[in-house]
Write a protein that binds this ligand. Structure first.
Ligand code: AMP
Ligand code: ZN
Length: 115
C-alpha cells in the first residue's frame, strides 16, 4: 500500500531496526517502546487488520506465531515470559492499519491486560 508506514518499512523506504526477516514476515523494534523489549511482527502482505484476514491468510498468521516463538528464544525471554498484543480498530487504539503483533518483554508487565 502506497502510504502505509509499515509497507514503507518493508520496502526499506523508512529505516527500521530489524530483528527477523524472511520472505513473508518482518520483525523490527517499535520506535516508541512500551517495555525494554518491544518488537513488531508483521506480514509483508498488506492486511489492514485482524478483521481483514482472508481464508488463505491463516497459514501466514500461523507462521507469525512461529516467528514470535523463534524471536522469544533468540532473545532469551522464554523463561521470564512475554506478552503478545494485536490491536484491532478504534477502541483498541490501532494506529497503523497494517496487521502487526506487539511482542513485549523485559519487565514485569502487570496482571492487567487493559489500560
Ligand atoms: P498500534 O497502536 O497497535 O497501531 O501500534 C502501532 C505501533 O507502531 C506503535 O507502538 C508505534 O510506536 C509503532 N510505530 C509507528 N511508526 C513506527 C516506525 N516508523 N518504526 C517502528 N515502530 C513504529
Ligand atoms: Zn501496509
Amino acid at each position: 500500500m502506497e502510504d502505509c508506514i509499515f509497507c514503507k518499512i518493508i520496502k526499506g523506504e523508512i529505516p527500521s531496526e530489524k530483528v527477523y526477516e524472511d520472505e513473508e514476515i518482518l520483525a523490527f523494534k517499535d520506535i516508541n517502546p512500551a517495555a525494554p523489549i518491544h518488537i513488531l511482527v508483521i506480514p509483508k502482505k498488506h492486511i489492514e487488520s485482524l478483521l481483514k484476514l482472508e481464508e488463505a491468510d491463516y497459514e501466514l498468521v500461523g507462521k507469525i506465531q512461529k516467528v514470535i516463538n523463534k524471536i522469544a528464544k533468540q532473545l532469551n525471554i522464554e523463561e521470564e515470559g512475554f506478552r503478545v498484543i494485536v490491536n484491532c480498530g478504534k477502541d483498541a487504539g490501532q494506529e497503523v492499519m497494517h496487521l502487526h503483533y506487539h511482542l513485549l518483554a523485559g519487565r514485569k508487565l502487570g496482571s492487567k491486560i487493559v489500560g
